[in-house]
Design a binder for this molecule. Structure first.
Ligand code: FAD
Length: 117
């Protein structure tokens, strides 16, 4: 358990950024293997998350709302939904999940196309 609230918040911001960006870049039409990889990633992420209190609570969230891995939009919408559950618990404002589409750009879009530029 991280004792320092600032460190815990920084870890959380970084973690959510990685999660939401991963969902935003997940294939629109994933293979079975890609869907299973995302499901495993989310469960292992929860299991290994360094803030013990956070991991424990997030485990309960995952039991109730298992990761949605059938498409990019399903994953992104699910990610937004579960982050809002955590927001609510921490008395933070709810995020408008209709805006999730534009919110997470990794700067790595069109890697292939940009090679020539
Ligand atoms: P954050 O919640 O970190 O969000 C960062 C940014 O993401 C926001 O500024 C906003 O732009 C955007 N955002 C907000 N909501 C959403 C959403 N629903 N969908 C998409 N984008 C959004 N901290 C604790 O103290 N106790 C806990 O039990 C706890 N559990 C956590 C569990 C997990 C799995 C994670 C990843 C973090 C957890 N945290 C917990 C940390 C906490 O969620 C915050 O990350 C931290 O408090 C910093 O909050 P913040 O206000 O900077 O914004």
């Amino acid at each position: 358990k991280l004792g320092n609230a600032t460190a815990k918040a920084e870890l959380g911001r970084a973690a959510w950024k990685v999660l939401h960006t991963t969902f935003a870049r997940f294939p629109e039409k994933p293979t079975k293997d890609e869907s299973e990889a995302l499901r495993s990633f989310v469960h292992l992420f929860q299991r290994l998350y360094p803030c013990g209190e956070c991991a424990e609570h997030f485990g309960k969230v995952l039991e109730k709302y298992p990761p949605q891995v059938s498409s990019r939009s399903a994953a992104a919408t699910w990610g937004c939904y579960v982050h809002n559950i955590v927001n609510k618990r921490l008395h933070k404002p709810e995020f408008d999940c209709s805006k999730i589409g534009d919110a997470y750009d990794c700067g790595c879009a069109d890697d292939e196309e940009n090679k020539a530029k």
